[in-house]
Design a protein around this ligand. Structure first.
Ligand SMILES: Nc1ncnc2c1ncn2[C@@H]1O[C@H](COP(=O)(O)OP(=O)(O)OP(=O)(O)O)[C@@H](O)[C@H]1O
Ligand SMILES: [Mg+2]
Length: 222
């Protein structure tokens, strides 16, 4: 977590780190989230695993509005506002208290997904989405963000295997290509926060690459 004022140096030292996983459907975010959490727990850290949209009870209620029903029933700006409303609740009720208690938070999707999906994918102005991020999160950003990148067709095939892919396929390949390019652009803009990972490799090799970067970037020995 960067940019937040601590109440004292001890509080800053004890504050946990905020790690996010980003990427398209089926990229392996949930798989790698579990691997990161397990590696951190093995070195004695307390870890909160969570995901967006959702994570806290209130945000899960909002998630239902977003992911259920006719995908076209919210216009793109309304959808963006729902996502940020859920994020605000998730931050206030779950993420920030956990970080302040010294827990490490490993979160499946965060604001970069909104910039990629609602911004680059659906066409909401990305600068407006950044303003909404600041409204709901201030200057909070993840300490480290893993972008799991793989070709759109490969990701959709993995998600189809797992079930529930119809919704995303309905959005069309062009949409997913824009999302992928959007994520890559975001990563290129913030190389100190993002780690780009080739998610086409077998799961164990992706985990190896992720853990190596986690050690290097956050000074850990896992
Ligand atoms: N590196 C990999 N190679 C092959 N298959 C993988 C790999 N990583 C994950 N999978 C498989 O692909 C499917 C999707 O993985 P996972 O749920 O981790 O992705 P996700 O990014 O969380 O997807 P979603 O965006 O749909 O939540 C699962 O069946 C998982 O076992
Ligand atoms: Mg997942």
């Amino acid at each position: 977590m960067t940019g937040r004022d601590g109440k004292g140096s001890l509080a800053i030292m004890m504050r946990g780190r905020f790690i996010t996983l980003e990427g398209g459907e089926g990229a392996g975010k949930s798989t790698q989230r579990a691997a990161i959490a397990s590696a951190l727990r093995q070195v004695g850290l307390k870890v909160l695993e969570t995901r967006e949209p959702g994570g806290s009870p209130g945000a899960e209620e909002i998630r239902e509005l977003i992911v259920r029903g006719d995908p076209g029933r919210w216009d793109r700006e309304t959808e963006a506002l729902l996502v940020f409303a859920a994020r605000r609740d998730h931050l206030q009720r779950l993420i920030l208290p956990a970080l302040e208690q010294g827990q490490w938070v490993v979160c499946d999707r965060f604001s970069d997904s909104t910039f990629a999906y609602q911004g680059y994918g659906r066409g909401v102005e990305v600068e407006s989405l950044r303003e909404l991020h600041r409204f709901c999160a201030g200057d909070l950003l993840p300490d480290l963000t893993f972008l799991l990148d793989l070709p759109v067709e490969a990701g959709l095939a993995r998600a189809a295997h797992r079930g529930g892919a119809e919704r995303f396929e309905a959005l069309g390949l062009d949409f997913h290509e824009r999302v992928r390019k959007g994520f890559l652009l975001l990563a290129a803009q913030e190389p100190e926060r993002f780690v780009l990972i080739n998610a086409s490799l077998p799961p164990e090799e992706v985990t190896q690459a992720v853990l190596k970067q986690l050690e290097q970037r956050l000074g850990l020995t896992l």
